[in-house]
Structure formats: C-alpha cells, structure tokens
Design a protein around this ligand. Structure first.
Ligand SMILES: NC(=O)c1ccc[n+]([C@@H]2O[C@H](COP(=O)([O-])OP(=O)(O)OC[C@H]3O[C@@H](n4cnc5c(N)ncnc54)[C@H](O)[C@@H]3O)[C@@H](O)[C@H]2O)c1
Length: 288
C-alpha cells in the first residue's frame, strides 16, 4: 500500500545487490511511495549482482561507485543530481563487508590489513558519503540519511567479529556528523539497527542460522524482515520524522531490550536434555 510519503523526493540507494538485499526492498518501497532514486554499487557487484534488473524495474540508472573512493562518490552525487533533476532528499547507506569474517579469521587473531578494509568499507565509507555530499551541498534542507547497523555495536555476538567494531564506529559517525549537518542544513542522520536478516552479507556470519533462530525466539514481535526494515526506512526519509536525528534506532522486534524469553528458555532446556554428552562443536576454534 502506498501513502505517497516520498512524493517528489529524490534519493540515492547504496547496496542493492540482489532481491534479498535490504537496500533492494528499500528502493522498491521508496519508488512505491513516489520517490525517484538512483542505485549504486561497486563495479564488481554490478557485474556479479542484479542491480541493473532493479534499475529497469524502477525506471532509473545505476551509477557505479566504490563507497571507499571519494572520487567515485563525487561522481555519484553529481551524476545523481543530473539524472534526478535536483538536489538529493534521502540517502541509504546499506554497505557491509569484512575480509576477516570471509576468511574466518578469529577476533583474537585478526589480520590488520583486513581490519582496515572492514572499517573503511563498513563504517568510514559512511563518513566519506556525508563529507562528499556536504562539500557538494548535494542534500536538500531537511534531507535524511540512514545507515544500517546491528546490535553487535552495543553487545557481543559470537561470530560477528570485527564487524562489531565497524558498526560501533558507524553509529558514532551518525552522531558526530549528525550534529554538524543538522546545525548547518537541518539534515538528519540516523542508523537503523536491524534484526538478523537472510541476505548475502548476513549469511556470511558464522552460526548465522542459529543466530537467526535465537533472535526470533527472544524477540516478542519476532525478527524484523527486510520488507519491514524498508517500511521503517521510508518513515525516516519522510517528513513525518523531521526532528529525529543522531539516533541509533532498533528495528528488531524488541530483541535489544530482552534478557531471556520463555521461547528461548524452552529451546535451551530441550538442548540440555538432548545434548547431555556433547563435546565441543567440531568446527569451533579451541579459543572460541
Ligand atoms: N543481513 C543482516 O542480518 C543484517 C542485520 C543488520 C544490519 N545489516 C546491515 O545491512 C546492510 C546491508 O546488508 P545486507 O544484509 O542487505 O547484505 P547485502 O550483501 O545484500 O548488501 C551489502 C552490500 O554492500 C555492498 N558493498 C560492499 N562493499 C562495498 C563498497 N566498497 N562500496 C559500495 N558498496 C559495497 C555490496 O555490494 C552489497 O550490495 C549492511 O550494512 C549490513 O551490515 C544486515
């Protein structure tokens, strides 16, 4: 159902790789709500993924950009303003990648070159996007910028590895830049902390299936889906949330405020009876 919440607004959506991507759903919802958007992703993702199909559906253009490259970002904002016919009203940063996670490096044995890459791609890129937009004065007054985060920024989650540090930095950038951009141009900047969601990036996390199940049992409202995340992002891009800024907002069915739920407890009790003589997980590292 459309409420025309974004009628006449122009947006840039980072990170729509395939139909599972959260950014894909956000782009579709933004279009439904009356916005025009450009889509962007890395050249490799554009070759391997399905971003171009989405662009056809939304009758728009894909502009390749590596979000860690300021020159690419300059080109992205300049071209998007040309294609869309004016300044930008909203931006979605939906980008995450950790070579340490991909190569299964343990958190106590990180490769620091990989860590640099994790932080640059998953967090510093957000600063680069904001700094580029501000220097070009590319975002309209009362514009809205959202980046996607995860509760591992506040609490420790097995297997999330150096992405937890990246998300903590990402949320901090939203606050620090939110102050500057808010004061100067009334642009608001927030992060949405989303439930575990089955996507290409999500599924790369060790033990993801179990994490998904645990979060589902712990959350009174259940896990938020990618579609529900898109709905929430639309409200943040709309004029209904003009004074919401510098926040990390949980879209997680209540998970982040739970300690233990009945459903999780019951599952745990079952495990205690079934697994009474189980040893360590065979694919676990000894220091996990
Ligand atoms: N899936 C989950 O469980 C979950 C939960 C909470 C938050 N998030 C966050 O949501 C966001 C989107 O992830 P997703 O789950 O939709 O997975 P996804 O794999 O569909 O999206 C990740 C995107 O990041 C892009 N990307 C990687 N490096 C890039 C770079 N250098 N420049 C530009 N783009 C780059 C990828 O091409 C891809 O499109 C990420 O920030 C992720 O951490 C995901």
């Amino acid at each position: 159902m459309s409420f025309n919440l974004l009628k006449g607004k122009r947006g840039i959506i980072f990170g729509a790789l395939n139909p599972d991507s959260i950014a894909w759903k956000v782009a579709e919802r933004a279009f439904e709500e009356g916005a025009t958007v450009t889509l962007t992703n890395t050249p490799v993702a554009l070759r391997m993924g399905e971003t171009k199909k989405l662009a056809e559906k939304l009758n728009t253009e894909v502009i390749g950009a590596d979000a860690t490259n300021v020159e690419d970002l300059n080109n992205l904002f300049t071209q998007s303003m040309e294609v869309l016919g004016g300044k930008i009203d909203f931006v979605l940063h939906s980008i995450g990648m950790s070579p340490n996670v991909r190569k299964e490096r343990h958190y106590s044995d990180l490769d620091y070159n990989y860590l640099d890459k994790t932080l640059d791609v998953s967090a510093v890129s957000f600063h680069k996007v904001l700094q580029t937009a501000r220097k070009l004065d590319a975002i309209n007054e009362w514009g809205s910028v959202v980046a996607l985060s995860y509760v591992a920024a506040q609490r420790t989650f097995y297997g999330y590895n150096d992405m937890a540090d990246a998300k903590a930095l990402l949320e901090s950038i939203a606050r620090s830049f939110g102050y500057i951009y808010g004061r100067e141009r009334n642009v608001r900047i927030n992060t949405v902390s989303q439930s575990p969601t089955v996507t290409t990036a999500g599924s790369g996390v060790k033990g993801f299936d179990r994490l998904l199940d645990f979060a589902e049992r712990m959350s009174p409202l259940g896990n938020a889906t990618a579609d529900e995340c898109a709905d929430y992002c639309i409200t943040l891009f709309s004029d209904l949330t003009k004074k919401v800024t510098m926040q990390n907002l949980f879209n997680d069915g209540g998970f982040s405020n739970m300690g233990m739920s009945l459903r999780a407890l019951q599952q745990y009790e079952k495990g205690l009876h079934q697994d009474c003589n189980c040893g360590p997980d065979p694919d676990d590292h000894m220091f996990d």
